[in-house]
Design a protein around this ligand. Sequence first.
Ligand SMILES: Cc1ncc(C[n+]2csc(CCOP(=O)(O)OP(=O)(O)O)c2C)c(N)n1
Length: 415
Amino acid sequence: AQCEQPSAAHQQQTFDSSLEKPQFPGASAEFVDQLDFIQPNVISGIPVYRVMDRLGKIINPSQDPQLSKETVLNFYQKMTLLNTMDRILYESQRQGRISFYMTNYGEEGTHIGSAAALEPSDLVFGQYREAGVLMYRGFPLDLFMAQCYANADDLGKGRQMPVHYGCKDLNFVTISSPLATQIPQAVGAAYAIKRENMNRAVICYFGEGAASEGDAHAGFNFSATLECPLIFFCRNNGYAISTPTNEQYRGDGIAARGPGYGMLSIRVDGNDVFAVYNATKEARRRAVAENQPFLIEAMTYRIGHHSTSDDSSAYRSVDEVNYWDKQDHPISRLRHYMTARDWWSEDDERSWRKQSRKTVMEAFEKAEKRLKPNVELLFTDVYNEMTPSLNKQREALWKHVQQYKEHYPLDLYEK
Ligand SMILES: Cc1ncc(C[n+]2csc(CCOP(=O)(O)OP(=O)(O)O)c2C)c(N)n1
């Protein structure tokens, strides 16, 4: 009798369809009786949060992070040191001294502003264009150079392409450049951190191009449903190699995707180091306090070529690049701010440029002279004991090297 349905006549009398609420488990909303497709621009024109204008003037004093002179000078010195390191390593690749390089030109504000807002214990997953984050955390020039030169001081033992940095002590997970692989990995790490109640956050950097990978979707959705203390930091620099943003996506950038995943999201001016700092600091605080992911889309511009394997003049104009280089650069914006406070003079600039170039050149010359890692290290660290097939490869390698001695300058390698 419990399963008996009320008669149709009975339903007719008591039923008012306008009061009916949807009961589907997957959506909470009202019924409508008009056929309307939702416009894709329902979330559109997401504003760009900024603190400083292009001339370094604070727009709304309530948003000024009021960092000390010492902190601001450190920001500036890290941003310009990164710039100098990029110049020297880029040239070094052009001269055939290293095999590959990727510059960070134009994105210095996103690196330093976000890195400064984190705790040293927070775990960083990068894509490959975040050298400034690692530099801010204290990775020395010698180790940047050692990695790019794959010499015996490289923490990765010379096994990776240049710019694939990693440092366990600084909580910076080693770069792997297949796009977006870091995104689900970061979510897994954040979930583990949450389960252990560690009071840490994870930050995961990626480009707007990498956000088109399936792994990005998987990561966003898992982080929201598993409620992970994680900051997704998208560097929207306008291009994924030669693909401009207008071919990369149809919605309003990456920030517009946040609400779709149930994530708190913000778009910031990535060339304003203070805006990046404020947004990351607040996202970090709330991610840890409330166990939920945040999405930051930092709008910026990739001034350099994608990498040393790219020539960007094939797909964008010199005028476009010049605009960002000369009119809207994160370094000049911060310099305007410092100059207006009398914190930085022309003389300071000259002597800092000279000194930082000297430090970078010294690290560069040291790395170039250093021996390469012991060749035997090619076979270690994957298995605890050498497998028969690895032993075979090792023997084959040495046989080959003996046979073609003249092509293998073994005196350049550690014994
Ligand atoms: C899975 C995968 N596909 C393609 C590539 C080749 N690739 C390297 S970088 C890149 C563009 C990435 O652009 P974006 O994520 O916007 O970062 P950006 O280089 O602009 O900083 C591509 C397609 C790759 N590394 N991995």
